[in-house]
Design a protein around this ligand. Structure first.
Ligand SMILES: CC(C)(COP(=O)(O)OP(=O)(O)OC[C@H]1O[C@@H](n2cnc3c(N)ncnc32)[C@H](O)[C@@H]1OP(=O)(O)O)[C@@H](O)C(=O)NCCC(=O)NCCS
Length: 329
């Protein structure tokens, strides 16, 4: 019988800028406290890129590390798929900028805009390309310089976000390992719960609306919270079910790191032990599309993931859009 070709993650990499911003730093700029931030979000610090570091600069570092682990050259790469809401330019895509910086002469490079679900959306596209035989070696990236779209006068949002990059190299494999199932879903009717109202064709950028902060991220935190818990749980269970597995088969859940209370609620609803859920939100905050690949890379490099483990990744973000993937490592 012919063996099934699956898309397998053969290398991971990540990068976080060295500059740390701790909760006490926010006490100096908005009416908040370390106690409020830790108890309501689980965040203790986040990384902030310097002004001259771009989104693509961070991605290059993460991609290079993933390529080294995968033992791939830049020439091997057929496709580069980048999830970001903080591109270097409106045009061209950040993927094309990364391609030029790294020299990937044989690749097609493009961005996908799925906010915090951007890495999983890219992974799901990569899986389809590989299972259809369109491309063989694909780099999937999640990268954000969220500090560039954060309103540091708004205490409701500014304490939450950080900058980072994460990447994975995906290739065909017929050993039984690889991506067993993926799921993506969106609800455009909820788009104003998490958005940037100004800067596109609907409300073009002006000096006036830049001054009132409407060119930065806005969020209805408690509404997003409720949908996030519900849909992340449904998405995680769907990929487990689609793969013909059960909750007890999950070795590790790698959730989007938006809020420790969302992660705790997800853990409870999934009925898995907290030792099976990867958490690093305390160190990096919410890094949007970089969050899942950053956590995945840390878990991979620290030995938390063993060959044969079933790993569930799940994310949720502005769109609203959410999704999940189940990987046999
Ligand atoms: C943002 C979030 C942490 C706020 O926590 P919350 O418990 O829902 O808090 P609320 O929004 O109900 O606000 C409660 C109070 O805290 C205040 N508050 C908000 N941010 C604060 C801060 N940084 N410091 C101190 N007080 C703050 C609010 O102004 C409000 O005060 P009020 O009652 O006087 O109006 C939480 O809703 C959240 O994490 N939501 C999901 C965010 C998310 O996942 N986003 C990205 C998806 S990818």
């Amino acid at each position: 019988m012919e063996k099934k070709i699956r898309a397998r993650i053969i290398g991971t990499g990540s990068y976080t800028p060295p500059r740390r911003m701790i909760n006490a730093d926010f006490e100096k700029i908005v009416d908040t406290s370390d106690e409020w931030i830790v108890s309501r979000t689980g965040i203790r610090e986040r990384r902030i890129a310097d002004d001259d570091m771009t989104t693509s600069d961070m991605a290059v570092q993460a991609v290079q590390r993933a390529l080294e682990m995968a033992r791939c050259t830049h020439e091997d790469i057929d496709a580069l798929i980048v999830g970001t809401v903080t591109p270097d330019y409106k045009v061209p895509s950040t993927a094309c900028v990364i391609q030029e910086k790294m020299g990937m002469p044989n690749a097609v490079a493009f961005d996908n805009l799925a906010a915090c679900a951007g890495f999983l959306n890219g992974l799901s596209i990569a899986r389809s390309f590989i299972e259809c035989g369109v491309y063989r070696k694909i780099v999937v990236v999640g990268v954000e310089k969220l500090s560039s779209i954060t309103n540091y006068k708004d205490r409701n949002t500014c304490v939450l976000f950080g900058d980072a990059a994460g990447a994975a190299v995906v290739a065909p494999d017929d050993s039984g390992a690889g991506i067993l199932s993926t799921f993506m879903k969106s609800a455009g009717s909820l788009r104003e719960l998490l958005w940037i109202p100004v800067g596109g064709t609907r409300n073009p950028y002006s000096r006036e609306n830049a001054l009132n902060g409407s060119d930065k991220l806005r969020m209805s935190g408690s509404d997003v919270f409720k949908v996030a818990v519900r849909e992340m749980c449904t998405s995680a269970l769907k990929v487990v079910d689609d793969a013909g597995l059960e909750r007890k088969d999950i070795a590790l859940v790698v959730p989007h790191q938006a809020n420790i209370r969302i992660i705790d609620a997800l853990t409870k609803r999934l009925g898995v032990g907290s030792d099976k859920v990867y958490v690093n939100i305390d160190m990096y905050g919410n890094t949007s599309s970089a969050s899942v690949p950053l956590a995945l890379d840390e878990a991979n490099r620290s030995g938390r993931i063993k060959p044969g483990d079933h790993v569930v990744m799940v994310a949720f973000g502005g769109g609203l859009i959410w999704g999940s993937a189940l990987v046999r490592w």
